[in-house]
Design a protein around this ligand. Sequence first.
Ligand SMILES: [Zn+2]
Length: 134
Amino acid sequence: MWKRRKRARRASTSPLELCDLCGAAFPAEAAVSEYVPDSSSAHATRDRYDGLRLLTACREEHLEELRETYRRRPFVQEELWAAKITRALTAGPPALPLTQLARRTGLHAPDIRRAIEWHNRHRREDGGTGPAGP
Ligand SMILES: [Zn+2]
């Protein structure tokens, strides 16, 4: 009886993960995960993970389905630059001069202009609903 209560308490405090495919919640230690290329993904704090998305799944078959989805998704450089710009503008002041935006994103001015053009064109094609899913 004593041991059972202890185990139950430990289980209820173990962290949970959500499967990116089926949405199931499961213990974090059972997760299978992998980074895949994704130009829509800019990491919140670590620049070297920009262009990579961490997939998390409840089992290997679901991870493989997710991998396949991202394998078919085109990697668009301008989309990645736009994601970096969005991160810079959401983490700090919502409007920045081009020179400050370049400093905060590590991009050159022509890249920023191409990213903004891509973003605006994409929004028009999308009907303004935001970035397309994977
Ligand atoms: Zn799953």
